[in-house]
Design a protein around this ligand. Structure first.
Ligand SMILES: [Zn+2]
Length: 404
């Protein structure tokens, strides 16, 4: 064989070898997609006597109004409608010229409820989501002062990017953004994403999210600490942080897309993680009922991409009262509170007390745990049937119930 042929063959072999991990991942993502479909087909319906109606939406969405994004308002409305979201909480960056929280989407568009909020930067570098939003004072206040002002005006105040805030305990917030798609996406290796994209683009590219999605250990730890520390209550929020600008995209000279592996075009971002809110059956969804539910923690977070979690509930029963997420229940003297988690499919449920795993129930759609001590209890739900790509990555993160 001629030398150049040997070199060419060697190069070809190397090229094939280098693609093996991506081909393998394409195969694994295909299996994951099939497992997600099977899971969604196997879901049990919620019981008929369920006292709450459930609404799924997204929190932390930007348009081009505050910069950092190219997203248009009508793209957001159309993506939210396509994904059948009940609500979208916009959190616009401020602009020196206009009140972006007033100029963004508000009210009902195409059947989706929009709330106009702000993402504000504090003097200490912390970030606060305020809903409804406002124009921040020119001299940036500290995070805790911003939160105090927002709450005194009846607005929702959520601390963003908690892993970057030095002293979260200094302020009083309605919630903490325990998961943020963008923060998680910053750890992506774009070289391997490119090849994964080539291999998996014509399948279900959104499932590539399974590759880089990680449990937000540090944010969860800080949130748990905040709640365990005392009488304070802060609830969990997940930020889609949708900008429609993360990922890889190549255009031809006319602007046509040759390859577009954006991880957060709105319709894709809106599928990854959602906030599920519970409203009493006779209460319609509107700005005030949604804000009331978010401010009282009557909600949970779920990575809907891996299965529709509708119908998940976490309750506490002390023999006298039954309470749900965000609520408080009295520990009976000498007795225990029965905590119960119910999911629409078989799963692994982990009960946490003050941030520490206290019990685990495997391979069952319903799980119970007797809490015989005061504490802040919450659950995380895992889908073992989806395979090793999702090992250690929660499907659902509940809000806590406070056993006092
Ligand atoms: Zn943001």
């Amino acid at each position: 064989m001629k030398r150049w042929k040997k070199i060419a063959l060697a190069l070809l072999a190397l090229l094939l070898l280098s693609q093996a991990p991506f081909a393998c991942r394409r195969y694994r993502l295909g299996r994951l997609g099939a497992a997600v479909d099977a899971l969604n087909r196997a879901r049990a319906a919620a019981p008929a006597d369920e006292p709450f109606a459930e609404y799924a939406g997204v929190f932390h969405v930007h348009s081009s109004l505050g910069g950092h994004s190219t997203g248009k308002l009508d793209e957001i409305v159309s993506a939210a409608g396509d994904q059948r979201l009940a609500f979208v909480v916009m959190t616009e960056h401020p602009s020196p010229h206009i009140d972006t929280s007033a100029a963004t989407l508000r009210g009902v568009h195409d059947g989706v409820l929009f709330l106009g909020g702000s993402e504000l930067v504090a003097s200490d570098g912390g970030r606060l989501f305020v809903v409804p939003g406002f124009v921040p004072p020119p001299q940036k206040p500290a995070l805790s002062d911003l939160a105090t002002r927002a709450r005194s005006e009846g607005r929702l105040a959520v601390a963003g990017y908690p892993e970057e805030v030095r002293d979260l305990g200094a302020g009083v917030y309605d919630g903490v953004e325990v998961y943020n798609v963008y923060t998680n996406a910053k750890r992506i290796n774009y070289v391997t994403l490119f090849f994964d994209g080539l291999w998996s683009y014509w399948g279900r590219p959104e499932l590539l999210f399974a590759r880089f999605y990680e449990r937000p250990h540090e944010s969860l730890r800080r949130w748990d600490e905040l709640n365990a520390a005392g009488a304070r209550r802060a609830y969990a929020f997940a930020g889609n942080d949708a900008h429609a600008n993360v990922g890889l995209s190549f255009q031809d000279q006319a602007g046509g897309k040759l390859f577009d592996l954006k991880l957060d075009p709105y319709e894709r971002s809106f599928r990854l993680v959602r906030t599920h809110v519970l409203l009493p059956r006779d209460t319609p969804l509107d700005e005030s009922s949604l804000l009331a539910a978010l401010r009282s923690g009557r909600s949970f977070l779920a990575f809907d991409l891996f299965g529709d979690p509708t119908g998940f509930r976490f309750t506490a029963d002390n023999g006298r009262d039954v309470r749900t997420m965000g609520e408080e229940v009295q520990l009976p003297a000498g007795g225990a509170v029965r905590l119960a988690a119910r999911a629409p499919v078989k799963c692994r449920t982990v009960f946490f007390r003050d941030g520490r795993a206290a019990a685990e129930v495997k391979d069952s759609a319903s799980a119970e745990f007797n809490a015989d001590r005061k504490g802040v209890y919450r659950v995380e739900v895992y889908l073992e049937q989806l395979g090793s790509l999702l090992d250690g990555k929660p499907w659902i993160i509940s809000n806590p119930i406070f056993v006092r």
